[in-house]
Design a protein around this ligand. Sequence first.
Ligand SMILES: Cc1ncc(COP(=O)(O)O)c(C=O)c1O
Length: 393
Amino acid sequence: MYEFSDRVNNIKPSAIREMFKLMGDPEIIAFSGGNPAKESFEYDTIREITTDLLAGEPSNLLQYGITEGYDPLREAYIKHILEPKGLSAGLENILITTGGSQGLFISISAFLNEGDTVLIEAPTFLGTLMVFDYLNVNCVSVAMDENGIVLEDLEAKIKEHNPKMLYTIPTFQNPTGYTLSLDRRKRVAELADEHGFIVLEDDPYCDLRYKGEALPPIKTFDKSGKVVMLNSMSKIIAPGIRVGVVVAEPEIISKVTVAKQAIDTHTATLTQAICAEYLGRGLLPGHLERTTPMYRERLDTMLDGFKHFPSEVKFSKPEGGLFVWVTLPGEQDVDDIAKKAIAEKVAFVPGAPFFNDKSLAGSTLRLNFSASTPDRIAIGMERLGKVITDNLK
Ligand SMILES: Cc1ncc(COP(=O)(O)O)c(C=O)c1O
């Protein structure tokens, strides 16, 4: 009845959103989402900060602001998040965005024309694949292992395709939970320098580490300004506040700022101010100290639940983030297994939607452990183990 643009017709509906429609049933144990634990939300703190912020009736918090973002947040982000990671920056290196998602959209649209080539991890974040579809960008998949992008394949694909950009989620990747090793981080930055492509380093999970040692962002090895780093408050404060950050060279920040201006003028000042206070009052370390043991317990409960699965099933063992990636042996109909799992009141997302090239998907699936309590995770894994055992061909 309506003639929609090719742009929106190019986007495939998100498989996860389709799964969400089933989530009305409280009996279903949902390993299918990507939400942080609702128990992690600091209601009292956010209420107190908001009351304090509005006490003097400051008109700037309810008035239009500048596109670059609320200065106290940009300053607090540099001091409390970037500097502890070994990154120095000035306000000219920072743009505040409406969630990390907007940082993705504007950074990709600032660099890539229709038909340009981007190298992506296989698998990768579904939301970014939707942006690539929307902008009609040519995606070339690069192989991954448990240490992130496989360098030999990356170098081969760089030579073959001369890409304009590499998109990577280096820490506790969505969907695999894999983390790019230190050596590979250094080499990725060198390759960008040598070949002149942009690295879009999307790192919203880096602070959700439950085990092991923190790794420096790829951006810390960036000698020629080729790395654009994206971050988000979604997983460390709350996703509903919709605050993200782009960190890049001033020339890049100017361009992505223009792209953002065309979309929404600026990110909501009130939620930016809440984040600025949250960081400025030094509340993030305490919050992470409280939430890390909770997430560690959920992760360990999920990993322990694989005792109910056939031994040929492989799974990632992340040290943080929100996801575990599962590979079933042989060729399985994972969509059919997902339907059978729902009938047994447990949900997951099949792996295929996370691949641009579906032929690479194999028999994979993603499990989220952050949004369920340990007792529900234990029950869910037992149910899922049984469904998978009964359905392996
Ligand atoms: C890898 C990755 N990047 C970016 C985002 C976007 O997050 P938000 O827009 O909530 O900040 C997500 C959300 O799940 C993600 O997994």
